[in-house]
Design a protein around this ligand. Structure first.
Ligand code: APR
Ligand code: PHB
Length: 426
């Protein structure tokens, strides 16, 4: 009969008695990474390249992780980090470089010339493909990843010798480590293990969702188009020259069953603007889902020997295409902090991690919130609508406003490691 398991949130661990009884293995590594999404896999690669051992624990199977449909607009900085991790060969070959992005408004498409305005572009490459590349790089590195690890639990992260336990095939395993990296997403165990009084949460939930469709048709648009229409938001995106990803704003209580493919494409055409609508080719959807929109940040990102990164620490509405890119900058900063800690035997890089990430996170949260506010229909607020329309008109007329949007869309520069010591945010 399996013993009941009590979790003591104060010290963040289970009474050792119940664990040791059913333990079948005890191992040690330098870093336990919880979660094999893009954040966890990329951190594993970056640490491997600087000679730091890490074990990845993932609750699901690799097939399940690969089956998730996620966005795919990569900042230039993200591509460079993937170079650094040795996981960019296919991306460099198959990724689509976009030097601009379109904003649809009142039937017209306005192009924001990213490359011309700020000298940088974005790369369109599906997150699923990126996750596959990182999994292959991980397998090639021979490092340990444990999939279908159940009941992952953290112990002693407030002290000097943290441990992580998990169950697999009915047996309990324990991994002792120096640090735990919480890359387990919004619904993961890592942030949930932190006592509420030790952290501060900032959240904003938007009164609508996105209905997304994936279809195998050639995109009739060469760059992404974000449209603000009287009927609500729409986005024309793509995965490849033969596969599109399109979205329309929908109400939060809407259900996929209410949306036949025909209804979806009709509504999409009515919102995206004539120029694009006339060239839309439709096909049966191969995936259709609704996602809510929220802005979420937890502060700080470090709790003793536990570090949060990616969706475990923050969520952005997808309108700014920042979710994946923020996860990448978090783990890049974390790998630098751990590298410098082990190299210099110094706590300073670890102490800097949270504030350094949060400076970039809040700027991406602001941009994603601004894009969402600019492009969606917020019913019942005539003044807000006038502000929205006026701000869009200003954007289309002002090179300075376009440059500001462009520099945020292509990705703000990474902060050099050392500098942050001098610029600590109060
Ligand atoms: N134990 C082990 N693994 C877990 C647990 C747990 N208790 N809880 C969650 N996980 C795993 C999930 O199964 C998932 O594979 O952690 C992984 C977290 O991956 P993501 O949710 O993809 O988060 P992250 O790697 O931070 O990537 C952020 O994903 O959602 C997009 O827009 C987001 O693009 C951003 C990116
Ligand atoms: C997508 O391709 O799924 C996508 C692109 C840009 C966004 C959001 C989603 O802002």
């Amino acid at each position: 009969m399996r013993k009941s398991r009590t979790l003591d949130r104060k010290s963040g661990s289970r009474p050792s008695s119940t664990i040791s009884e059913s333990l079948v293995s005890r191992t040690r590594t330098q870093v336990v990474i919880v979660g094999a999404g893009p954040a966890g896999l990329l951190l594993g690669q970056l640490l491997h390249r600087v000679g730091i051992d890490a074990v990845i624990l993932e609750r699901r199977s690799a097939e399940y992780v690969l089956g998730r449909i996620r966005a795919g607009v990569l900042e230039q900085g993200t591509v460079e980090v993937l170079d650094c991790a040795g996981a960019s060969a296919r991306l460099r070959k198959e990724g689509l470089i976009h030097d601009g992005v379109g904003i649809g408004f009142e039937g017209r498409r306005h192009r924001i010339a990213l490359k011309q305005l700020v000298g940088k572009a974005v790369t369109v490459y599906g997150q699923t493909e990126l996750t596959r590349d990182l999994m292959e790089a991980r397998a090639a590195s021979g490092c340990t990843s444990i999939y279908e690890a159940e009941d992952v639990a953290l112990h002693g992260w407030g002290g000097a010798s943290p441990k992580v336990t998990y169950r697999r095939n009915g047996a309990t395993h324990e991994i002792a480590c120096d640090f735990i990296a919480g890359c387990d997403g919004y619904h993961g165990v890592c942030r949930a293990s932190i006592p509420a009084d030790k952290s501060r949460v900032f959240e904003h939930v938007y009164p609508f969702g996105w209905l997304g469709v994936l279809a195998d048709v050639p995109p009739p648009w060469s760059e992404l188009v974000y449209a603000n229409s009287e009927r609500g938001f729409a986005l024309a995106s793509l995965r490849s020259p033969t596969r599109v990803r399109c979205y329309v704003q929908c109400s939060l209580d809407d259900r996929v069953e209410n949306w036949s493919d025909t209804r979806f494409w009709d509504e999409f055409r009515r919102r995206i603007g004539e120029e694009v609508a006339d060239r839309v080719v439709t096909a049966p959807s191969i995936e259709k889902s609704i996602a809510p929109l929220r802005s979420f940040v937890v502060e700080p990102l470090r709790f003793g020997r536990l570090f949060l990164a990616g969706d475990a620490a923050h969520i952005v509405p997808p309108t700014g295409a920042k979710g994946l890119n923020l996860a990448v900058s978090d783990v890049y900063y974390l790998h630098e902090a751990l590298r410098d800690h082990y190299r210099d035997r110094s706590e300073i890089p670890l102490d800097e991690y949270s504030a350094r990430c949060l400076r970039r996170i809040w700027k991406a949260e602001r941009f994603s919130w601004w894009m969402t506010r600019q492009l969606h229909l917020f019913p019942g607020d005539a003044f807000a609508r006038r502000m929205q329309v006026t701000e869009l008109e200003y954007l289309f007329e002002s090179a300075a406003a376009q440059a500001s949007m462009a520099e945020n869309y292509v990705g703000l520069p990474f902060e050099p490691a050392a500098a942050s010591a001098r610029t600590q945010v109060a």
